[in-house]
Design a protein around this ligand. Sequence first.
Ligand code: ZN
Length: 256
Amino acid sequence: MSDIRVTVWNEFRHENENEFIGGIYPDGIHGAIAAGLREHGFTNVGTATLDEPEHGLTDEVLAQTDVLVWWGHKAHGDVQDAIVQKVQNRVLEGMGLIVLHSGHHSKIFRKLMGTSCSLRWREADEKERIWVVKPSHPIAQGLPPYFENDECEMYGELFDIPAPDDLVFISWFEGGNVFRSGCTFHRGNGKIFYFRPGHETYPLYHKPIIRQVIANAARWAAPAGGPAFPYTKGAINEREPLAPITPKDSKRARIG
Ligand code: ZN
């Protein structure tokens, strides 16, 4: 059981606009991901979607979220910059963020990475083999050496991200490409995990091993309970030293 407070955010457009995709995810992609987390013992899972007021990410929701899961694809541009800023602030304060699949191009992921986060892609129903390349990482807990998706959308290198703090998964694709499929980052007090699988036309978020990875990631990304992020209101001019400083005969100008 885990009382980590998870909010699963989904664009929730494909499922409403396309009958085939709606059939794969009748409760929305967010509904499937939330169900997977509950299967893994998470008792405090909420959801939020793009077309709710404030995209479902009110100050209250964000303040009560330990880990935010992000799925978006075709409407990244519709996400308000002010909300993206609030999410970034919460990540710096220590909220975990799990960015899935096409969320690589979301405003929040690109803002946190500082790069284009672009990649090569192809829709050809090809096979993917995902290798665990950091077996000691908490996100790899309980996984076999590799697992496969029989059909998927290909994502290929170069994936334009900063070097990850840890690389947990590398994907091989039938058509010859490879991709860094599971990457961790730290920003401020917050932990970020990018996980590749999950195009809307494949039922991957119903798949047990994918649900296990997301559950492992939510546990890993939850705040560690260390010292609070000190720079919520900006830099600190620490005028009072912790110990006396010998007076100096300085003519330097002080701007602080
Ligand atoms: Zn996709």
